[in-house]
Write a new protein. Structure first.
Length: 353
């Protein structure tokens, strides 16, 4: 009896300490998420107040690119990705006017970013074609009427806003990177890299051509984003990522729809979007990718919507994500089947002899 009671007390104390540890980790992540959002918001708020309110989102996009690539692959990779984005921004804005030009630009970017999989850098550099897709399909609007990709002033403004956000993060990140543990990058075989790069390039360039031809706009960019994110070097990893992405998007879409009935003002949507974004950043480094997508999806939808328009954008994001998931799963499934069949057809050493 005494031993059972002792064991029960030990288990109780262990469970309590584990819960406290989990709460402590969640609390730290929440603080880091709030701090990161506050830091990212500084240049965006300044640009919005001193220059153009519509430029706030563009500045934040530049900050997110620099933060994501630097955190994923290191400072030099972050600088390289930022330089590539800034150089390609004018081309992306103009190429968006001609579908075939946009598809060709996407193909070149996917080939270049895919090749970096040899050194395990593709997870960071795929952010560049992802941003290029949004610039082509949904260029920022500064005058409240329409984008002006053929205007030098417009192109310069968009480039400068992206640069402000990106350089802000790069300047702040430099002193702290030396204190963080070095991230180990996974090198991939040449054969696997070629297959991954080819499949991603074909899927993204053809999809870009189609969504530009039908003028899908911002929603069409979600299709390209889905393909770039879920496509992995290993076909089985693609299938797993696709399932988690689609599942998280479905849950997030349901969550966004529910919030739309509660938040009926622009300020209310923005407030809920902030809550969802903080939640997404809190679980960003966790093992459950679907949970991150579940919170990120309503954050993006609510930030992109106006009252009364949430359900339409909700359905568009879900639809284009589902299309991207099906394309990625079918392609990776085909590659996996071919690799298994080819391996089975290879004669064993004893038979060859």
């Amino acid at each position: 009896m005494d031993s059972q009671a002792s064991n029960s007390r030990v288990e109780s104390e262990t469970d309590r300490s584990t819960a406290e540890l989990s709460l402590g980790v969640i609390g730290k992540r929440l603080l880091l998420a709030f701090a990161a959002m506050a830091v990212l918001a500084v240049p965006a708020v300044i640009v919005g107040m001193a220059w153009n309110p519509a430029g706030t989102s563009v500045v934040i996009l530049g900050s997110i690119l620099a933060l994501a690539t630097t955190a994923t692959a290191g400072y030099r990779a972050g600088v390289s990705a930022v330089v590539a984005l800034l150089l390609l921004t004018p081309l992306a804005l103009v190429a968006g006017l001609l579908p075939i030009a946009g598809a060709c630009l996407m193909a070149v970017m996917c080939l270049m970013s895919g090749a970096t999989a040899l050194w395990g850098l593709h997870v960071a550099f795929r952010m560049v074609p992802l941003y290029i897709a949004f610039l082509m399909l949904s260029p920022p609007v500064f005058n409240g009427v329409a984008a002006e990709p053929l205007s030098s002033a417009y192109v310069l403004s968009a480039s400068v806003m992206l640069a402000i956000g990106a350089l802000w993060v790069l300047l702040l990140a430099r002193p702290f990177l030396s204190r963080l543990p070095r991230r180990e990058l996974t090198h991939n075989p040449l054969s696997a890299t070629v297959v991954y790069t080819t499949a991603t390039t074909v899927l993204c360039s053809v999809s870009t051509l189609i969504v530009l031809m039908i003028d899908a706009g911002h929603a069409g960019a979600w299709l390209i984003m889905t393909l770039l994110i879920v496509m992995q070097v290993a076909p089985t990893a693609t299938l797993d990522k696709t399932g988690q992405r689609l599942g998280g998007t479905v849950l997030g879409a349901v969550l966004a729809a529910g919030i739309s009935f509660v938040a009926t003002t622009t300020a209310g949507l923005a407030a809920w979007a902030l809550v969802m974004m903080v939640a997404a950043m809190t679980v960003f480094t966790g093992p459950r990718y679907w949970l991150y997508v579940t919170f990120l999806t309503p954050a993006v939808i609510l930030l992109s919507s106006s009252p009364g328009d949430v359900l339409r954008l909700d359905a568009q994001r879900l639809g284009y994500t589902a299309i991207g998931a099906v394309l990625a799963a079918a392609t990776s499934g085909g590659v996996f089947w071919y690799q298994r069949k080819r391996a089975a057809d290879q004669p064993s050493p004893s038979v060859a002899e």
